[in-house]
Design a binder for this molecule. Structure first.
Ligand SMILES: CC(C)(COP(=O)(O)OP(=O)(O)OC[C@H]1O[C@@H](n2cnc3c(N)ncnc32)[C@H](O)[C@@H]1O)[C@@H](O)C(=O)NCCC(=O)NCCS
Ligand SMILES: Nc1ncnc2c1ncn2[C@@H]1O[C@H](COP(=O)(O)OP(=O)(O)OP(=O)(O)O)[C@@H](O)[C@H]1O
Length: 333
């Protein structure tokens, strides 16, 4: 098979994955996010796909749209924070005009990979069903009805795993061990998909970015922080079903914001208004957009081994940077 026809096949397969639950894009909010990014380019989808493939396969001409020339210099923005600090709010800013960036939302993917019929669903039932009453929704009131079976009640699962007791810690370890590999694979597929579409940056909204060490693959990590009182207040206002104790337990079960601050490249403080937050994000993007679309970008678009070497070099660099930070933090503790 020629390189050209192979590329066409790969892209068609990846595009069709958008309809599959494990890809995570069936979620209405996520579809809206990616639709916003796609809307920013008014050409028909087929024409965009063909031109992206052309750029991927050949050295792009100078006249190629800037978005496509950046294909090999794509920036992965690792967006993180603690529960209810404002990650989704920042994601919405990234995905709306004028930025219109694609956002990969790990929480949504984590929900998609445990839907009835998935391997993670079966493993969760095996691990927790016999000891957790109410783990499955009643078919009559199931918010995600499926012909395969009742869906998992995330509220009950959350009560089981979030907390500071030994049992909570054991259970969250088991749950993470089941869900995280599936989420990692879904994130990887999303990155490849958006990369082939030629976006200059992709936002990875991952609450456990540092815990799962996925920060190593990011060009920059952005932490959204908020003061502890406001965090609890916003959490309880948004998730009215949680008691104050539930909220405190969820906050306590995560890595301390102070520690995340030491690990992040950029910290955005979200104690102010949403308008102030929008301005902060615009400034952040302006800073990181600089330099994209350069001579190196165009050269790398046509020379994949060099691209792979540079990406590998960056990951090793990030790994070393993280190791140093961890050592410094361990000394302090
Ligand atoms: C326990 C579950 C079922 C609770 O679902 P629920 O809809 O009530 O909460 P939701 O998924 O929206 O999570 C809300 C927030 O809780 C925090 N959180 C979620 N999972 C974890 C975890 N394993 N460890 C620490 N904090 C977590 C995150 O800040 C997240 O944004 C769900 O969070 C889950 O399956 N978690 C395990 C997978 C995971 O780690 N997801 C996070 C992204 S990879
Ligand atoms: N600057 C702000 N001013 C007022 N309310 C805000 C602000 N930023 C976020 N919020 C509100 O706080 C709540 C939590 O924000 P958001 O859902 O974005 O947090 P999150 O970090 O994505 O949470 P989770 O980790 O649970 O997914 C939401 O109800 C949101 O509307």
């Amino acid at each position: 098979m020629s390189r050209w026809s192979e590329l066409v096949r790969v892209h068609v397969v990846i595009d069709s994955c958008r309809q599959q639950p494990s890809f995570g894009l069936q979620d209405r909010q996520l579809r809206h996010k990616s639709a916003a990014a796609i809307r920013s380019d008014s050409r028909p989808l087929f024409s965009r796909q063909i031109s992206n493939l052309a750029i991927t396969a050949l050295v792009p001409p100078r006249s190629a749209p800037k978005r496509l020339r950046n294909i090999n210099k794509m920036l992965l923005i690792g967006l993180t924070g603690s529960i209810a600090t404002g990650k989704s709010t920042v994601s919405r800013i990234f995905s709306s005009a004028p930025h219109s960036l694609p956002v990969v939302d790990a929480d949504h993917l984590a929900h998609a990979v445990i839907l009835p019929g998935t391997p993670a669903y079966t493993k969760i039932l095996k691990a927790f069903l016999s000891t957790t009453p109410g783990l499955l929704h009643d078919p009559e009131t199931d918010p995600n009805p499926s012909p395969i079976g009742p869906s998992i009640n995330r509220k009950i699962l959350g009560q089981l795993v979030f907390g500071t007791s030994e049992a909570n810690k054991r259970d969250i370890k088991i749950l993470n061990g089941i869900v995280h590999p599936a989420v990692r694979m879904a994130i990887f597929r999303s990155i490849v998909y958006y990369w082939l579409r030629g976006h200059w940056a992709i936002v990875l909204d991952i609450p456990l970015l540092f815990e799962s060490r996925l920060d190593m693959f990011c060009g920059v990590t952005l932490l959204v922080g908020v003061s502890p009182e406001l965090q609890l207040e916003r959490l309880l206002k948004r998730d009215a079903h949680l008691t104050k104790e539930d909220g405190q337990k969820r906050i306590a079960s995560q890595m301390a914001l102070e520690k995340k601050k030491q690990l992040a490249d950029v910290v955005v403080w979200n104690d102010g208004t949403k308008e102030e937050l929008e301005q902060e994000i615009a400034r952040f993007l302006e800073r990181y957009r600089k330099g994209r679309g350069s001579f190196w970008t165009i050269l790398l678009a046509g020379f994949w081994p060099l691209t792979a070497t540079i990406m590998g070099w960056r990951i090793v660099g990030n790994w070393l940077k993280r190791k140093k930070k961890d050592e410094r933090l361990n000394k302090k503790e």
